[in-house]
Design a protein around this ligand. Structure first.
Ligand code: ATP
Length: 546
């Protein structure tokens, strides 16, 4: 690795996290090991930094020493100081720069012909915009700063929401400068502050994804949602423009078709989505324009398949407001951790949104659906032994990765069951929804402090319990217990037994392997949590039998 990269990262860490509470995984000499939070490399050089909402305080300047950087995302921190002069000489590869919601100040000097995104809203930048030479920029927001002077050149193509909240800015798309000076001369006062852009997780834009899709679920839902739409539409006229109703609600499949004319507000919405590695495009206009269909509805919420503009498919889980009522910091922190899980047998979380009204999780789309639906189908019933082994090995590897991921405290999945095991185009299994249930009403995980939602005396609510029936460890039965890695192992054991015993046992080589697997399943499902093997041990035993 380039020593300059390492130097820049350590210098940044020393500046913004002196107590080593956020960037504690930044240690050793290889930032490209995959273990450094928020760091992604390309060909041995640091290419992306994703540290939104990471409680960082201090200067971001050292990161601009990363000469191969393509994406820098540092939103919702408390970074301060000014930005260095950024040019093609200093940062030739920089394409996306997301610095909104910090305390950055000074003037803007950025001459980057290839920069595509610049989000700097809600900072303290001053001076004019003439220092911005960004001919390729497509996504721009400088609202809520202290910028002054005329908006000129290519930046005039952006909507007023990109500039609002800068009392001394003028020119298209804001009122012309001559008008402003005339008015202020007449009043002999400084211009009144323009409204600032409110920017928290969007219930408006993102509701539409859920609301529209939900319309395709049932007529009853349609009534409720139509009422909600009417209220929301009254409050936000722009909201209407972005919606179109499902054309065939009865069909239940085609759910979402969004209008194109949302450009004015896209910055507001985009800034409300927290993006992880691989999700860059989602924070542009892609999610809002996506067409979607309902994949399924569980107790924790509904899941939609959304096809983004560039053809990329994602699965968007809209968490139920009943099951996930609180808007906790712990949830954000946990999602930041989950967003770092990258493993071939763990479904990647690419982005999430956490608002009081709306919690959305954006995952990779897995084209072969869930293990649950596979096992129910004819195809699943006829699944050969090789495919079953492939799935189980994948789940075991994925769960072992989750359990051994360097997190403090260690991660618990908390809801291993066939509908959270998804199959990719090659028949490999990926585990989805890691730790999500830890935030559900009446559910607790060992790895997290008790969360804000009320605990009812009977423990986990009956509905949540019923969807997990058969896979839930006995110590988590109604009224007691917290999900642990041991309870995950129990759930894995139950899944294993289901997958293995779904196939007739023959006398040949397969028969021996199956019997071995049944033995492992029995060990995993031991009544006493202490007697269950660790996932690393399970993997070792599976390797011996298969
Ligand atoms: N990433 C994904 N890719 C493809 N299909 C998915 C994805 N995530 C979920 N699904 C599909 O959507 C269905 C519904 O999933 P969802 O998580 O909403 O409900 P569930 O798992 O059945 O119940 P619960 O709410 O208890 O988790 C799943 O059974 C699966 O078929």
């Amino acid at each position: 690795l380039h020593s300059q990269d390492l130097l820049s990262l350590f210098s940044f860490k020393a500046s913004v996290d002196p107590l080593n509470t956020s960037l504690y995984t930044w240690e050793g000499s290889n930032p490209c090991s995959g273990l450094w939070v928020g760091v992604k490399c390309y060909q041995g050089r640091v290419a992306s930094i994703y540290l939104d909402d990471a409680s960082l305080v201090g200067s971001a300047t050292p990161l601009f020493g990363l000469s191969q950087l393509q994406v820098l995302s540092l939103r919702w921190n408390a970074l301060s100081g000014s930005l260095p002069h950024l040019t093609n000489l200093t940062n030739p590869r920089l394409r996306h720069l997301f610095l909104s919601h910090n305390q950055l100040d000074g003037t803007l000097n950025i001459s980057l012909p290839s920069l595509l995104s610049l989000q700097i809203e809600h900072n303290d930048f001053s001076g004019g915009l003439e220092g911005l030479q960004l001919p390729s920029v497509e996504d721009f927001n400088a609202s809520a700063n202290r910028l002054a002077g005329e908006i000129s050149g290519g930046l005039s193509k952006f909507p007023s929401s990109a500039f609002n909240g800068n009392p001394a800015l003028c020119g298209s798309p804001l009122p012309s400068c001559s008008k402003i000076s005339h008015l202020s001369d007449a009043a002999n006062t400084s211009p009144s502050p323009a409204p600032t852009v409110v920017s928290t997780c969007s219930s408006r834009s993102l509701s539409k994804l859920g609301l529209t899709a939900l319309l395709s679920v049932s007529i009853g839902d349609m009534v409720v949602i139509a009422m909600a739409l009417a209220i929301v539409a009254g409050m936000y006229t722009w909201f209407k423009r972005r919606f179109s109703m499902p054309r065939n609600a009865a069909a239940g499949a085609r759910g979402l078709e969004l209008h194109h004319g949302f450009a004015e507000e896209k910055e507001e919405t985009d800034s409300r989505l927290v993006i992880f590695e691989g999700g860059e495009d989602m924070r542009m206009d892609s999610l809002l324009k996506a067409s979607a269909e309902v994949l399924g509805k569980g107790i924790s919420g509904s899941t939609y398949k959304a096809v983004l503009e560039d053809g990329i498919m994602v699965a968007v889980k809209r968490l139920s407001g009943v099951q996930f009522p609180s808007h906790s910091k712990a949830f954000n922190q946990r999602m930041h951790l989950i967003g770092r899980l990258r493993h071939s047998h763990v479904v990647s979380l690419r982005a999430y949104c956490n608002a009081h009204e709306e919690k959305l999780l954006v995952y990779d789309y897995m084209p072969n659906g869930s293990l649950h639906s596979l096992l129910q189908s004819n195809r699943g019933r006829n699944l050969d032994w090789r495919s079953r082994k492939q799935i189980l090995m994948g789940v075991a590897h994925g769960l072992n990765f989750i359990h051994t991921f360097p997190a403090r405290p260690p991660l618990v999945h908390a809801s291993i069951k066939p509908s959270n095991i998804l199959i990719d185009e090659h028949g490999n299994a990926g585990i989805s929804e890691c730790s999500i249930m830890c935030f559900a009403t009446n559910f607790q995980c060992q790895s997290l402090p008790p969360h804000a939602s009320t605990l009812f005396p009977q423990g986990m609510n009956a509905a949540a319990a019923s969807t997990w029936h058969g896979y839930r460890a006995p110590e988590l039965s109604v009224g007691k217990g917290k999900a642990t890695q041991e309870s995950d192992v129990y759930s894995f054991g139950m899944v294993l037994l289901e997958v293995v015993t779904g196939k007739e046992i023959d006398d040949g080589e397969c028969g021996g392997q199956m019997m071995g697997m049944v033995k492992i399943g029995m060990m995993c499902t031991a009544e006493c949590p202490d007697e269950r093997p660790k996932m690393s041990e399970v993997l070792r035993m599976m390797g011996e039998f298969l």
